[in-house]
Design a protein around this ligand. Sequence first.
Ligand SMILES: [Mn+2]
Length: 224
Amino acid sequence: MLPPGERIYAIGDIHGCLDRLRALHAEIRADLAARPCRCASIIHLGDYIDRGPDSAGVVAYLIGCDLPCVNLMGNHEATALAALDGDGAACADWLAYGGDAALRSWGLDPYGPRSTWRLPPAHIAWMRGLRLMHRAGPYLFVHAGIRPGVPIAAQAPEDLLRIRRPFLDSDADHGAIIVHGHTPTRSRRPERHHNRINLDTGAVYGGPLTCGIFEGEGVEFLSV
Ligand SMILES: [Mn+2]
């Protein structure tokens, strides 16, 4: 369980859905006002950018956010950073998986010369500073999941950012309850298993944006 007085709000994949993010943060602020706690934090599980309408707005909003946030990296941020560093394969992947919408949100031409892909330096620095995982009580917060059978300290970053199978089919006890996003649920509702909790409810595909509220031994969900 989490220590008494501690509450964590963990938010799944955002993908440029700034309006949903603002609405969910407003709900969290209201919850904190109604039920104050000594130590609250908000963990974003990554994939801030791509596909949706306002990637640039999401990054700018989170840079300026005054809530106590822990921001994890998603595979979309990793791919964007590799593309901006000049990796040709990453450029193609970025455009194929929604980077065109992201570049447009920064006022850039996705099909123009790559030398014109100049994001605000503060936005790039923010993406570079994202963390791969966060541990709290019995929970491990990470974007995609972990590779079953590998100790958490020995996990490969590519697995933490991108794994689906065999993590999603695994019944193993991973030594922590893995709280993740990355693979949108078919039901568009959060999914709770004994060894993992999936908070990606497909906001960019017409589902809600969801947070899990972790306190004591319990988990509740809040979707907008
Ligand atoms: Mn992802």
